[in-house]
Write a protein that binds this ligand. Structure first.
Ligand code: PLP
Length: 439
């Protein structure tokens, strides 16, 4: 059977080595990104009532516990992805479940028309951890970034700049709303959705000289928006002085420094926030993913002038920061603190990185092995989307991003033994993949 790619723009003509049938790329965004999928092997999970914007792997999970998931056939999987850096405390963590249930039994939602105590408490906690002053709560990462973009524009207008521009990075990912996909430095995310939003200037990542050149030539710039480590774009870790360099440039030019910590925040890299590996604090920082451990929440934190920009009527969200999500996020933070997970993540991340390097030393076809905390990447010299399905077959959930980067974002609570299992299975998969000639 030859089944078409879900995306009509996909023109893949690669052949499945097992079946000698065409492989089509799922999740390809029209440009062959993501997972090549042999339709001989497994039927895609098709649901006639859902739009085709996702192309899920053929597995349905029914329950989870810690770093483990079980599918509807009783098969067990080790989760090295955490729902893409979301479930830092793993699945069904008792403290999260308890906070969620207790709050659901008491009060789920009122409205931002009224004072919400949990919001205040969570905002106080987050600002204390981050050295920031105020928070806006939304429901997702994209929404948190939208708030940051709106703050930057208000800031620009306050300075009498009528077309304020934000510097954004090549290779970045900031979300799927119109402004955030425009900010995203990946044409595949933008293709088909033109006209894009105005007011963004693009620069290469990890290139302070490029930012300096923009500073000299563009007086409309009001802010820099950057991921401390590029996540979706392949776990790209900049030079150690990069964030400090951006901070200095922002100070010298009167720009706001905006950090998208949606993937790196809440302990993922071994500090509460990745910027805490540097000496600089941003003016604005966005969070989501790990903050709710699966409960939808986004947060835009600000300090200084940026914290005072929003006035009543400027921005809002019906659900943002409701009692249910805030009570859960507070439980997430308290648990991370109680279990001292930042320390643990720093130590385990270093061990895992070293173990990957040892296990894959001299393996031909590996370009780089890198990571910080439990944000780990093995870059291969060729696209390796098929590893996703092979990992699933081997009972492991991981991810391939930027075509050729195996990405691991395990729960922060994994044991040494689980970490070892992740390393063993992943290395076997990679060695096996690289020993098979490309189609
Ligand atoms: N920013 C970064 C760095 C991300 O990794 C993501 C999601 O992967 C987003 C923004 C968008 O978050 P959401 O999918 O919650 O809108």
């Amino acid at each position: 059977m030859r089944s078409p790619c879900f995306n009509p723009l996909c023109t893949s003509d690669r052949i499945c080595p097992g079946h000698q049938k065409p492989l089509k790329f799922r999740l390809c965004g029209g440009l062959q990104k993501g997972l090549p999928f042999c339709f001989q092997d497994k039927e895609p999970v098709m649901n006639t009532h859902l739009m085709h914007n996702y192309a899920p792997l053929p597995v349905t999970f029914e329950k989870g516990e810690g770093a483990w998931l079980w599918d509807n056939k009783g098969q067990k999987y080790l989760d090295a992805l955490s729902g893409v850096a979301v479930c830092g405390l793993g699945h069904a963590h008792p403290a999260v479940a308890e906070a969620l249930c207790a709050q659901a039994r008491t009060l789920i939602h009122t409205s931002n028309w009224y004072h919400i105590e949990h919001q205040e408490t969570l905002a106080q906690k987050l600002t204390a951890l981050a050295g920031m002053e105020r928070v806006f709560f939304g429901n997702s990462g994209a929404e948190a970034n939208e708030a940051a973009i709106k703050l930057a524009r208000l800031y620009g207008h306050q300075k009498d700049i009528s077309n304020p521009a934000i510097i954004v990075m090549e290779g970045s990912f900031h979300g799927r709303t119109m402004a955030t996909l425009t900010a995203t430095g990946n044409r595949k995310v933008q293709a088909g959705f033109e006209p894009l939003v105005q007011g963004f200037v693009r620069a290469p990542f990890d290139d302070l000289a490029a930012l300096e050149t923009i500073a000299q030539n563009n007086s409309d710039v009001v802010a820099v928006l950057v991921e401390p480590i590029i996540g979706e774009g392949g776990i790209l870790i900049p030079a150690e002085d990069y964030l400090d360099g951006i901070r200095k440039l922002c100070d010298d030019n009167g720009w706001l420094m905006i950090l998208d910590e949606i993937q790196t925040g809440i302990g993922r890299t071994g500090h509460w926030f990745a910027f805490q590996h540097s000496n600089s604090t941003p003016d604005i920082m966005t969070l989501a993913k790990g903050l709710g451990n699966g409960v939808p929440i986004g947060a835009c934190l600000a300090k200084g002038v940026a914290a005072e920009l929003f006035q009543p009527g400027h921005h809002g969200s019906t659900y943002g920061g409701n009692p249910l999500v805030c009570a859960t996020a507070l439980a997430v933070i308290e648990t991370l603190e109680k279990e001292q997970l930042n320390q643990r993540v720093r130590q385990l991340g270093e061990t895992m990185l070293a173990d990957f390097k040892t296990a894959l030393t001299d393996v031909e076809g590996i370009v780089d092995i890198r990571g910080l905390g439990l944000m780990l990447a093995i870059e291969l010299e060729r696209p390796c989307g098929e590893i996703l399905q092979q990992a699933l077959d081997a009972g492991l959930l991981l991810n391939v991003t930027a075509d050729n980067v195996v990405r691991l974002l395990p729960p922060l609570i994994i044991s040494d033994d689980e970490a070892e299992q992740i390393i063993t299975i992943t290395c076997d998969l990679i060695k096996n993949f690289l020993s098979t000639p490309s189609a």
